[in-house]
Design a protein around this ligand. Structure first.
Ligand code: B12
Ligand code: SF4
Length: 422
């Protein structure tokens, strides 16, 4: 949503409270928006939540004086309690919230325990979105049919990968029931004509029984919808993949990160290279497209190991690959202070496609070289070109390929990777 659209929405809606959600890269823009909103209407209450406010918590109120409150962790209950408290004129502390009191002080609440039952939340009402879900066109590897949308059917992750933020929504995994998931799929197909769904759970395949139940429900319904999801290499097997394929799964994403065991161990992924190779091969054999993402600049990684990962990536049966730079958020920045050099602390550069951290033992130029070399080697290999050529009869795939070729060209011609987040 542009600033002009925000103002238009404010004029037509006249809200009392505006909530801003921000990832780290969006934080400077979120702060600017809060400033603008307060300048335009000083009585408006402006609050922020989401990933970055969850990382910096009450510091957000120091960084952005125009914010009235900041929320961390899950927002549903905290927002309700905050609004109720303010309506009643109260100022006490609320779990998961830091808010300004009238005397200028800040009331900081304790952490809020994660919601126990995700089914207690209603299916999100997508009519409330500013943009019609049918107009959403994501990056080319994220859809095979249009209109496409996304769903999140679980919260929390039991793993602790170094680069990730698994504590955001808690370590305890909570799953929406298969019935609830299917109810939302029905709604998306019926009310919006959605034909492709990306399940953006951290690991959709975490609970095997639930996956099988969802797949069975989808197959039984025979809806005109296909889907994709994120998986871990240690959480797929043949029977599950077959059920997924039968029920319309067209692509699985694997966060592979590195094909050098030592570096995988540094990241705490808890996976073996062999497992990754097998999972990708098995997924491809079962007729599901595969996407892998990789990271360069892992603490301790060398340039030669980066090259090994590129070689390995080209040898896997992957349809799509993404290559990111190791990007340390939050407290990890302090922990890594003596394991490399921070190039910038500007939050807007913290999205993975710009170099923020150079590990000891590698230079910035080497990192840039790995990133560009990886895209060139992966996408310009004969096998990858052939893969794309075979799909060109389909007009949508043709458009996607053109978009992808443009993005690849811009990336390879750019002097230095950075700045852009997608
Ligand atoms: C889905 C997803 C995407 C999808 C979004 C698709 C879509 N249409 O929804 C896509 C693929 C587009 C995407 C892109 C990117 N993503 Co992403 N993505 C996620 C993912 C896997 C799930 C997010 C989600 O929906 N969670 C479920 C909901 C329920 O949780 P939530 O969003 O946090 O919201 C809850 C609370 O935070 C809170 N809340 C949120 N906002 C607000 C606002 C207010 C006012 C309040 C009160 C509360 C509140 O209440 C919500 C309900 O409880 C997370 C990983 C994760 N587990 O969080 C990464 C994640 C958010 N992505 C991340 C990144 C880095 C990116 C990219 C920059 C990657 C890239 N280089 O391209 C881009 C940025 C795109 C952009 N410009 O915005 C990082 C962010 C790290 C950081 N410190 O900012 C994460 C955390 C992954 C990671 N571990 O590194 N992403
Ligand atoms: S990378 Fe995936 S498995 Fe690892 S902590 Fe993050 S969400 Fe969990």
């Amino acid at each position: 949503m542009s600033a002009a659209e925000v103002e238009e929405a404010l004029d037509s809606f006249s809200p009392q409270v505006v909530g801003i959600s921000a990832l780290t890269l969006m934080w400077p823009k979120a702060a600017a928006l809060a400033r603008r909103l307060k300048e335009g209407c000083p009585s408006l209450r402006v609050v922020a939540g989401g990933v970055h406010p969850s990382l910096i918590r009450q510091r957000a109120l120091e960084e952005v004086p125009e914010l009235d409150a900041v929320f961390w962790g899950e927002g549903e209950e905290s927002v309700r309690e905050y609004l109720r408290l303010r309506e009643g004129g109260g100022e006490g502390a609320i779990p998961g919230v830091a808010h300004r009191r009238r005397d200028g002080g800040i009331a900081v609440g304790p952490d809020r325990p994660p919601l126990a039952d995700l089914d207690s939340l209603p299916v999100p009402d997508r009519r409330l979105l500013h943009t019609d879900p049918r107009r959403y066109v994501p990056a080319i590897e994220q859809y095979r049919r249009l209109p496409v949308t996304s769903m999140v059917t679980a919260r929390g992750c039991p793993h602790r990968c170094l680069f990730c933020l698994p504590d955001l929504l808690g370590a305890k995994v909570r799953l929406r029931s298969p019935q609830r998931v299917l109810e939302e799929v029905d709604y998306l197909v019926r009310d919006f004509g959605i034909r492709d769904i990306a399940f953006w759970d951290d690991t959709f395949t975490l609970d095997r029984e639930r996956v099988l139940a969802v797949c069975e429900g989808l197959t039984r319904r025979g809806l005109p919808v296909i889907w994709s999801a994120q998986a871990r290499a240690d959480r797929v097997d043949r029977e599950m993949l077959r059920a997924m394929r039968r029920s319309g799964c067209w692509k699985l994403f694997f966060g592979i990160e590195s094909l050098v065991q030592r570096n995988l161990d540094t990241l705490g992924k808890g996976e073996r290279i062999e497992q990754i190779r097998e999972a990708v091969a098995l997924t491809a054999r079962e007729g599901i497209e595969t996407e892998g993402s990789f990271i360069f600049g892992i603490p301790g990684e060398t340039y030669r190991e980066g090259l090994e990962t590129i070689r390995g990536a080209c040898g896997l049966d992957l349809d799509y690959a993404k290559f990111f730079f190791f990007t340390p958020y939050g407290a990890l920045q302090e922990e890594l202070a003596d394991r490399g050099t921070f190039v910038t602390r500007d939050p807007s550069a913290y999205h993975g496609n710009a170099i923020t951290f150079v590990p000891a033992g590698m230079s910035r130029e080497e990192l840039e070289d790995l990133h560009r070399r990886a895209y060139r080697r992966f996408y310009l290999r004969p096998a990858a070109l052939w893969r794309r050529l075979r799909t060109l009869a389909d007009p949508l795939e043709r458009r996607k390929t053109l978009r992808g070729a443009g993005a690849l060209g811009r990336l390879l011609l750019a002097r230095s990777p950075g700045g852009r987040s997608r």
